[in-house]
Every structure is written in structure tokens, then in C-alpha cells.
Design a protein around this ligand. Structure first.
Ligand code: SF4
Length: 175
């Protein structure tokens, strides 16, 4: 199991960069962010790239048995199985999409420039300083490259799905 840990280095570096970016936004808008423990508004059933799936599974493997049992009961339900009593039981290890939800995401769709964020946040904020915008395409390009490198470093038979449902991802290392 521990031979896989070094393979997360680049992914963890990207997670760190994202967290630093989010911390910067929290500093600029300290009283405009509603995100807090117990809010599960942006939690949903996700599909993950293999590098995020393995990273989450690695963390899942280290959870206490009683928490794993509760997650097991959630598997039949809709939504994310890691959400227990409206709290994420793997919060420190949550995927990048969960870290960026709620914050200003910049994207271009059909030639239109869009900024998406949780409507509970940034009320009455007329515009966002450029440095607070997370460019979705740039982030996805980085994550896809790290994922390709990760897949290249691990041999799996059968080959991995391009995207893995979170309900399967958490068990990928225990197979
Ligand atoms: S991984 Fe955690 S933060 Fe992400 S959707 Fe699931 S419960 Fe929510």
C-alpha cells in the first residue's frame, strides 16, 4: 500500500495550491463566505479521476471501522456516501472539486465568460479581483496531466475507468 503514497506527490502539490488560492479569497472576503461545517449544499455524488479516487481510497482505508460501517450504509442512498450527519468524514482528503465549490470559478462557454459560485457566498459583491478567480480550464488541464502521469505509474488489470464513481473510488485500494 505505502508504495503508492509517493505517487500522490504532484496531486498533493496541486491540492496545496488550490487550498492556498481559497485561503487568499477568504482573506479578501472574510465576511462574504457562508461555507461552514454542517453545510452540505454542494455535496453530491461525484465521479473522480483515478488519481483522486486512489487518494481518497488511501484515506478511507485509514478511517475507524465504525465510520467505514456508516459509509457502507450510505452506499445505497443517493448523494455522496462520505456525508455523515451533514459532515464530510474525509474532509481533509476531499477531491479538488469539493475544495473549489462555492468560490468564484472562471470558465468560458460558447464564447461567453462566466463566473460561477455558490449563491450563499459573495452576496452584494459586484466584481471579483482577477487573482480571486480560479480558471477551470487551467485547473482541469493540470489535474488531467497529473492523472495521466499517475495512471502511467500504476499497472491495473482491468484498466481503470476514465472517471470512477465516488461510491466505488473509496474501495479501489481494498480490491
Ligand atoms: S467528498 Fe466530502 S465534500 Fe465532497 S461531496 Fe462528498 S461529502 Fe461533500
Amino acid at each position: 500500500m505505502d508504495r503508492i503514497k509517493p505517487l500522490f506527490k504532484d496531486y498533493q502539490a496541486l491540492v496545496k495550491r488550490v487550498d492556498v488560492h481559497i485561503a487568499g479569497i477568504q482573506k479578501i472576503f472574510p465576511d462574504r463566505i457562508a461555507c461552514k461545517k454542517g453545510c452540505d449544499r454542494c455535496c453530491r455524488s461525484l465521479t473522480l479521476l483515478p488519481v483522486e479516487a486512489f487518494s481518497l481510497s488511501y484515506a478511507h482505508g485509514r478511517l475507524p471501522e465504525d465510520i467505514k460501517a456508516k459509509i457502507g450504509l450510505n452506499l445505497e442512498k443517493a448523494g455522496c456516501p462520505l456525508l455523515i450527519d451533514r459532515e464530510c468524514v474525509l474532509y481533509p482528503f476531499r477531491p479538488i472539486i469539493c475544495r473549489t465549490h462555492g468560490y468564484p470559478i472562471y470558465m468560458e462557454k460558447r464564447g461567453r465568460r462566466l463566473i460561477d459560485f455558490c449563491p450563499d457566498n459573495f452576496k452584494d459583491v459586484a466584481s471579483f479581483p482577477k487573482e480571486t478567480l480560479l480558471h477551470l480550464d487551467q485547473l482541469n488541464t493540470l489535474l488531467t496531466a497529473i492523472n495521466r502521469q499517475f495512471i502511467g505509474a500504476i499497472e491495473t488489470d482491468p484498466p481503470l475507468l476514465d472517471r470512477i464513481p465516488i461510491s466505488e473510488a473509496i474501495f479501489i485500494l481494498s480490491h
